[in-house]
Design a protein around this ligand. Structure first.
Ligand SMILES: Nc1ncnc2c1ncn2[C@@H]1O[C@H](COP(=O)(O)OP(=O)(O)OP(=O)(O)O)[C@@H](O)[C@H]1O
Ligand SMILES: [Mg+2]
Length: 413
């Protein structure tokens, strides 16, 4: 039996809506006690395009998580991405009155760094401190208690379109959940995938989702750049569907079961049978054709990332290389191709193991939702378990729980 202290992460993605419930045990360790993972029907490229369908997907996911955990979900940390996200670095300076720096000075300098002109239809989602400077001493992580007369801060600012942020919040609230905090998805994924050493050393986290690829660049333990690239796993699927003249469902099957982005990795003469469009015959397709189609899209995606690294002068900062995560990172050969194109060590990043549903959750597609849990834990977004509803659920919980678990396992294996 846990302590009743609960944190919830809700990842409203383009292909899936995933809710995860964590509970602290009596040793103060967070354990995953339930999850819901349902298809997402109302988003395109990371943004809500259909409120009703999104609300319904969120409700189904919450219901599944509730059945498994026995917890009625009232609030959650949510992730945000989409092509509307725009990030940049800024700085601020204030004079220090008391000579010893206190929290109030830090708050003031962060406010000063935030005072940049942004279009009226955008709002600031994050102001992430990178380093402070007290008089002439640079590279300070926490200036509180230090003496000086001038406090400077360098920050990373993430902004998003107000209407699109509001649409997401509206959907979550219509599903009966209060939004505790909004976290940029690649920052959330970083929290579950990257080690402190990697963040110090300098890495590019690339979360390849269904609709978008979300990037966060870390150095010296801080985010120094973030971006959302409008290419995701769905584009790979679409390309296959168009090139092979097959349905999206069939293209998704071929991609996940046989997809590879490197022709050299596969037997060039090997063929697979693909189901044609309705009314058409099944056909045999050479694996090298599939690798060509998927490889071109992967090349385009990695070239954009490489150009971003050059354009933002990040080359010298990312000693630790590239870490690919998100469901889209599972296409065979992506790691090798990324390493070749970007010319940096590249690996697939799996989320860290919490207690509880460890094995099931260690899939890169759950990096964001587990990062949201980690962020909620860090920012103390803990709520008390609502015991009033648990009683009703215990009646049929075991049967429903096993069904819920079965669907999760079916998807994994
Ligand atoms: N085994 C696999 N091999 C290849 N691709 C996979 C595999 N499993 C999932 N994918 C792809 O991953 C993508 C979904 O990834 P993910 O669940 O991280 O996206 P999302 O969070 O719903 O979307 P987004 O973050 O863009 O809003 C889909 O395009 C899917 O085809
Ligand atoms: Mg995602």
């Amino acid at each position: 039996m846990g302590t009743g202290d609960i944190v919830v992460g809700l990842d409203v993605g383009t292909t899936k809506v995933c809710a995860v419930v964590g509970e602290y045990n009596h040793d103060n360790i967070l354990e995953i006690i339930g999850m819901g993972n349902q298809p997402s029907l109302g988003l395109k490229k990371g943004s809500v395009v259909n409120i009703d369908k999104t609300v319904s997907s969120i409700m189904s996911s919450l219901e599944e998580a509730k059945l498994m955990s026995g917890v009625s979900i009232k609030s959650a940390s949510i992730g945000i991405a989409g092509s509307h996200i725009y990030s940049f670095n800024s700085s601020g300076v204030v004079a220090v009155k008391n000579r010893e720096i206190v929290q109030e000075d830090v708050d003031r300098v962060l406010e000063a760094a935030k005072a940049v002109v942004i279009p009226s239809d955008r709002e600031i989602l994050h102001v992430i401190p990178q380093k402070f400077k007290v008089d002439n001493i640079d590279g300070i992580k926490n200036p509180i208690g230090m003496c000086g007369v001038r406090l400077e801060v360098h920050v990373h600012i993430v902004t998003g379109s107000i209407p699109l942020i509001q649409n997401l919040i509206k959907c979550v609230e219509q599903a009966g959940v209060k939004v505790e905090q909004i976290v940029l998805q690649p920052i959330a994924s970083s929290m579950s995938v990257l080690s402190s050493e990697e963040k110090e050393l300098g890495v590019v986290l690339v979360d390849i989702g269904g609709g978008t690829t979300d990037v966060a660049v870390w150095k010296d333990g801080c985010v120094i750049h973030s971006a959302v690239i409008p290419i995701g796993g769905n584009h790979f699927t679409n390309d296959l569907a168009v090139a092979l003249k097959i349905t999206h469902i069939e293209a998704e099957r071929i991609k996940t079961n046989h997809g590879c982005v490197l022709g050299e990795k596969m037997n060039q003469s090997a063929k697979i049978t693909v189901q044609g469009l309705p009314g058409m015959k099944d056909r045999e397709v050479q694996m090298s054709v599939i690798a060509n189609v998927l490889g071109s899209r992967a090349e385009e995606m990695f070239t954009i990332i490489k150009e971003m690294i050059t354009e933002k002068n990040l080359s010298a900062e990312i000693t630790g290389g590239i870490i690919l995560t998100g469901g889209g990172a599972l296409i065979d050969g992506l790691q090798e191709l990324g390493e070749y194109i970007i010319d940096r060590p590249t690996k697939i990043g799996h989320p860290i193991a919490f207690g509880g549903l460890t094995k099931v959750m260690q899939n890169p597609k759950f990096s964001t939702v587990l990062g949201l849990i980690a962020s909620a834990q860090r920012n103390k977004k803990t709520v008390k378990r609502d015991t009033s509803v648990d009683v009703d659920h215990h009646v049929d919980l075991i049967g429903k729980l096993s069904n819920s678990l079965k669907s999760v396992f079916k998807e994994i294996f």
